[in-house]
Design a protein around this ligand. Structure first.
Ligand SMILES: Cc1cc2nc3c(=O)[nH]c(=O)nc-3n(C[C@H](O)[C@H](O)[C@H](O)COP(=O)(O)OP(=O)(O)OC[C@H]3O[C@@H](n4cnc5c(N)ncnc54)[C@H](O)[C@@H]3O)c2cc1C
Length: 431
């Protein structure tokens, strides 16, 4: 890997997501050598992936080069590498570009879509966890409308314009709202020769309310906002199968839809060598103590989505969200510096700053500790917070300009099919 030997202890961080980047920044200037490994050379701002999928933003504006984030940090190295195995006894990592030893290891590999073992949904459904996946979804949505124009079969046309989003968490709600905005503001202009009023957006939620992690009032309001936008909200319905066209549920409800987006679950990204059953809790998260040490190891830590720290307040671990990941990264940065100076570490305490979701133009729901509000002001707060946490001045400016432009023009100009995406069944049908 071409990393020089150093008299400082070597800390390897796997993953340049919210947790890994916050940790690396905190270690800047400390007496340590830091090596950050990521299989992508960019950090992804996942909360805005849905805007890439719906043509509201270009992918470059929500991704940021990891090397640039950490430019000028002393004793700092980045390698574009996928970690494939951890040898905890030898304190070594294996990657696709070679092996390397560590003194301290931090696992910050985040999470991936959880299809709960349903192979059909995994094959035919769409995930939205990475930039390439969001671009696939963008292409598929646009391709479906192009195809809908060509077919004489009304059933087929409706299926092409029928969208099923599984999972009523923030991702599902935000995507459904954005699609509804497209149906209202863009499709009639782009496709004047297609009856786009027949397009359907279905949000399917397994429990009795959407946004279950937020307050009841936020759930109710978000549902009302979605319904006003024309989204069909299905509660207490669980999708059980999908063959690329037919969506089956545990109830009498079924859908014929060429697009199913699976936003109904995530599980941690574990790595071989640190994936023994006794180390993992629900959702494959690594069990950690209050200092983020993986159970049974003093020199291995985990933060962010991949870590499960059980506390009195959060018996199931902290929410798999950006805020806990960042706070954990910062706390671990301080603790690693203390550890190197042979000072005692401080236990992590999560400060819940609240949660929010947007439901389309002028509409959002915000739950803060003391205040809960919904509507236009909540939407401004949502925009401000997302701009604030985006990495990079250029990205903030570009996103802000895009939002203002989209707002004034009722438009989303990034609706481009750059890299066509074809689902298997559609390909076989064509040939
Ligand atoms: C669509 C969507 C919307 C979201 N919206 C919100 C929101 O509104 N608010 C909110 O707070 N949270 C939101 N989240 C959740 C939030 O993005 C995550 O909780 C957060 O990214 C977790 O940070 P992390 O550092 O643990 O992992 P991540 O940010 O996922 O970073 C993990 C990194 O590890 C790298 N990696 C993984 N495996 C390996 C390997 N083997 N080798 C090398 N590198 C590896 C990955 O490339 C990635 O860069 C959303 C997530 C998604 C998918």
């Amino acid at each position: 890997m071409n990393i020089p030997q150093s008299s400082f202890p070597r800390i390897i961080i796997i993953g340049g997501g919210f947790g890994g980047i916050a940790l690396a920044k905190k270690l800047s200037g400390k007496d340590v050598q830091v090596l950050l490994l990521d299989k992508h050379n960019y950090h992804t701002f996942q909360p805005l992936l849905y805007q890439v999928s719906t043509g509201g933003l270009e992918p470059d504006s929500i991704a940021y080069p990891i090397r640039k984030v950490l430019q000028g940090y002393p004793n700092f190295y980045f390698r574009l590498a996928e970690v494939t195995q951890i040898d905890t006894e030898k304190r070594r990592l294996e990657t696709n570009i070679g092996g390397i030893a560590y003194d301290y290891l931090v696992v910050a590999t985040g999470s991936q879509t959880n299809f709960f073992g349903n192979q059909n949904i995994e094959s035919y459904g769409m995930a939205m966890k990475t930039v390439p996946q969001s671009l696939n979804l963008r292409s598929l949505i646009l391709e479906n409308f192009e195809q809908a124009l060509l077919t004489d079969d009304l059933h087929e046309r409706d299926a092409l314009m029928n969208f099923v989003i599984v999972g009523g968490g923030p991702t599902g709600v935000e995507l459904a709202g954005a699609l509804a905005e497209i149906k209202k503001g863009i499709l009639p202009k782009d496709y004047p020769d297609l009856d786009t009023r027949r397009a359907q957006i279905n949000l399917v939620q397994g429990s009795d309310r959407i946004l279950p992690a937020m307050s009841e009032v936020a759930s109710r309001k978000a549902e009302r906002f979605l319904e006003k936008l024309g989204v069909n909200v299905w509660k207490d319905v669980r999708v059980s199968d999908y063959d690329g066209k037919q969506v089956t549920t545990n109830t009498d409800t079924s859908f014929e839809a060429c697009t199913l987006v699976w936003a109904a679950g995530v599980k941690a990204v574990s790595i071989k060598g640190l994936d023994a059953e006794e180390l993992l809790s629900r959702g494959s998260r690594l069990k950690v103590n209050h200092f983020h040490q993986v159970e049974g190891f003093e020199e291995i830590f985990a933060i962010g989505d991949v870590a499960q720290m059980e506390t009195e307040e959060f018996p199931e671990g902290h929410p798999m969200m950006a805020q806990p990941a960042m706070q954990q990264g910062e706390s671990l940065g301080e603790n690693l510096a203390r550890l190197v100076e042979e000072k005692p570490m401080k236990p992590f305490k999560y400060k819940d700053k609240g949660s929010m979701a947007t439901v389309g133009r002028n509409k959002a729901v915000v739950d803060l500790k003391k205040f809960k509000f919904q509507g236009v002001f909540a939407w401004y707060v949502w925009m401000f917070v997302h701009l604030y946490f985006l990495i990079g001045f250029r990205n903030r400016v570009v996103v802000f300009i895009n939002w203002v432009y989209n707002y004034i023009k009722f438009d989303r100009e990034a609706r481009l099919i750059i890299r066509p995406f074809k689902k298997e069944y559609q390909v076989s049908k064509k040939t």
